[in-house]
Design a protein around this ligand. Structure first.
Ligand code: ATP
Ligand code: MG
Length: 233
């Protein structure tokens, strides 16, 4: 379980400062998929980067299973079981996808085991397992492999930043296979299908929480929260 208490994130803006996140308070429970949605620039990625430890909040506290992790490093948080799939994956040359899965899962996987993670994100494993994770992969392929690597880490709290981005609608339904029991999922998304799959939805607007609740209830009201990219179906 992740709890955020009075999270602020401010950056320098000329001579003054700009508030990107403004007093965020929220609990992300275990065995629950919480979707974070909201307009471009509302602070979704910033919030997830703060949870993972990529950036530090200006003030406020982050708790993981009751422990204050505000001042722990990204590595420590990863060891505790907080894992993250970037909005825009980072690729590497000279390392195969199979090797990356082994690193992510911290064991030397059999080929079938490694293939399991790739199949969950709709990739035909035999065509990819020995390929390098580099820019020759299409955007959607990079995104899916990033998701597979996140799954291989088997985190207790798993954060996906727009997992649907760049993934064709035909394969999109397979992303449902990613979710397992007893995990705390935080999924940034603009996609109605993923929002419907979530248990809870948190809506960000200009760095503040404008709505939070059961997904059905929030989806019914989304238009009034002005999330114009939502409702694409
Ligand atoms: N270090 C920074 N300096 C200045 N502005 C920043 C900084 N970090 C984030 N921002 C601004 O904060 C806002 C929130 O950014 P963020 O990436 O969290 O948005 P988002 O909700 O994830 O948007 P999107 O839907 O486009 O991914 C944006 O306006 C962004 O330009
Ligand atoms: Mg973002």
């Amino acid at each position: 379980m992740i709890e955020l208490r009075h999270i602020y994130y401010k950056v320098k803006d000329g001579d003054g400062e700009k508030t990107i996140l403004n007093d965020i308070n929220c609990t992300f429970s275990d065995d629950c998929i919480t979707a974070i949605t909201g307009q471009n620039g509302s602070g979704k990625s910033t919030l997830t980067k703060i949870i993972v430890g990529i950036i530090a909040p200006t003030s406020g506290n982050i708790f993981f299973n009751g422990k204050d992790i505000t001042h722990t490093s990204i590595d420590e948080r990863a060891k505790m079981g907080i894992t993250y799939a970037f909005q825009q994956p980072i690729t590497f040359r000279g390392i195969t996808i199979k090797e990356l899965i082994d690193i992510a899962s911290k064991e030397d996987n059999s080929i079938p085991k490694a293939c399991e993670y790739l199949s969950k994100v709709g990739i035909c494993a035999k065509d990819y397992i020995n390929r390098e994770f580099d820019k020759t992969l299409s955007g959607g392929e990079q995104k899916r492999i990033e998701l597979a690597l996140t799954l291989a880490k088997k985190g207790e709290c798993v954060i996906f930043d727009e997992p649907e981005a760049g993934i064709d609608l035909w394969s999109f339904d397979r992303l449902n296979d990613m979710f397992e029991k007893n995990v705390c999922y935080i999924v940034v998304s603009h996609q109605t299908r993923l929002l419907k799959r979530a248990d809870k939805i948190l809506v960000l607007e200009n760095g503040t929480v404008s709505a939070y609740g059961d997904s059905k209830e929030i989806i019914n009201n989304l238009q009034s929260y002005q999330c114009r990219r939502v409702g694409e179906e």
